[in-house]
Write a protein that binds this ligand. Structure first.
Ligand SMILES: *Cc1c(COP(=O)(O)O)cnc(C)c1O
Length: 398
């Protein structure tokens, strides 16, 4: 060959097969090479029998998909670039003009925003239902209802619904259910085996949170057990071009084995801190499904049991109404270990003040009036985090 370039591109050396190591190799591709035109024409892109194009799957993405199916108790999985993209993938695959989607009033905010924005503009209507009142859901299901979103526990206020009853109602009315399973992470309960033969149809998961565990990767998954439903999701996934990067998948494959240990540690520390907050006069209410008296505690216990590792590391507090928003903001600013930032699931504890009034259709009767702060408990020592909360209370409110 006259030039090194061709030789370097078409180099003949292949390393010996049989390499084994704890972590799998990482395959990166847009282009996938076929051995013949016949193979190119006949290859099926929708399942894992082969490879057609990087967007449709590589050995690396297949590995993560299969492990996530194991985690959540599902059979098929699609990977998307964020948790919100997982929610959007579900809605865009299953809803068309004239259809209606029902969303719990305490759902992840951007799920509601998608319904109020794009879905509405495309002729898909929505209603927000009270997740703590199954009859409210039953009343709202109509002839146009095609999809019901579920969340357990709910975002920010962490009420735990009677998930079995909500799923039972949807099933009896022939409506598909999609659970945002980010809080449970596949560990607190099995979304495809809720007991009494009940299962959700779809589990969407923000892998950005606990599966990543680093605060450094954005990714989402949509897991199902019904093959036909999976194909509908996969077709939309393909048409929207929702691929994920191999480096991000590698990071997930690296962190997934420690997920149960990390989840349990987050849970233990969060419960200890939430209990301590219950003893403090500054708070009118502490929201954590594992605390007796917290909204939906009995539903959480019935579905998850009460062991460590059966709840996420999140809890919220409602400050006594005598404190102004400025004082509550000052408390958040005075925290040193809890950093101000969105998202959760990483090693660093985070805090966000929320204005609940603007987030809900009505102020729920089970919530005290007061300004809300949500904590995402990281992997720091519980004593240090408790001391941080105590010093910030003293500094801002003392
Ligand atoms: C964070 C989150 C999402 C979205 O995940 P991103 O990867 O940040 O888009 C969806 N649902 C819930 C419950 C979440 O907490």
């Amino acid at each position: 060959m006259s030039d090194k370039s061709t030789e370097l591109i078409h180099h003949p050396y292949m390393p010996p097969a049989g390499f084994a190591a704890p972590q799998p190799g990482v395959f990166k591709a847009s282009t996938v090479i076929f051995p013949s035109v016949a193979a190119m024409r006949s290859r099926e892109w929708k399942d894992k029998t082969g490879y057609t194009y990087g967007l449709h799957g590589t050995p690396t993405t297949y590995l993560l998909e299969e492990r996530l199916c194991t985690l959540e108790g599902g059979a098929q999985c699609v990977l998307v670039p964020s948790g919100l993209a997982a929610i959007a993938n579900v809605g865009l695959a299953l809803l068309q003009s004239g259809d209606e989607v029902l969303i719990p009033d305490n759902a992840y905010g951007p799920n509601k925003a998608l319904a109020e924005g794009e879905l509405k503009a495309w002729g898909v209507t929505h209603q927000f239902y009270d997740p703590m009142d199954p009859q409210d859901l039953a009343r709202r299901i109509g002839n146009q209802t095609r999809l019901v979103w579920l969340e357990a526990a709910g975002s920010v206020t962490l009420e735990f619904p009677d998930l079995r009853e909500l799923v039972r109602i949807c099933r009896s009315r022939g409506v598909l259910t999609a659970l945002d399973n980010t809080w449970g992470a596949g560990l607190a309960f099995n979304p495809f085996d809720l007991g009494d033969g009940l299962a959700v149809d779809i589990s969407a998961h923000a892998l950005t949170k606990y599966p990543s565990g680093g605060g450094d990767v954005l990714m989402g998954s949509v897991v199902t057990r019904d093959e036909a439903l999976h194909i509908r999701l996969k077709l939309t996934h393909m048409r929207l071009g929702l691929g994920v990067g191999a480096n991000d998948v590698e990071a997930l494959l690296r962190s997934l084995p420690s997920l149960p240990l990390r989840y349990r540690a987050h849970d233990q520390t969060a419960r200890a801190l939430a209990r301590w907050c219950q003893t403090r006069p500054e708070f009118a209410q502490v929201l954590h499904p594992a605390l007796p008296g917290s909204p939906g505690h009995a539903h959480w216990q019935a579905l998850c049991g009460s062991d460590a590792g059966r709840a996420a590391g999140l809890f919220s507090v409602l400050f006594d109404p005598r404190y102004s928003p400025t004082q509550v903001d000052a408390f958040c600013d005075a925290l040193r270990l809890f950093k101000l930032g969105y998202s959760w699931g990483g090693p660093m504890s985070l805090v966000v003040p929320y204005e609940l009034a603007g987030m809900r259709s009505t102020w729920p009767a089970h919530l005290a009036r007061g300004h809300l702060v949500r904590f995402s408990v990281g992997l720091e020592a519980a004593e240090d985090l408790q001391a941080d909360l105590a010093q910030a209370l003293a500094a801002a409110l003392g």
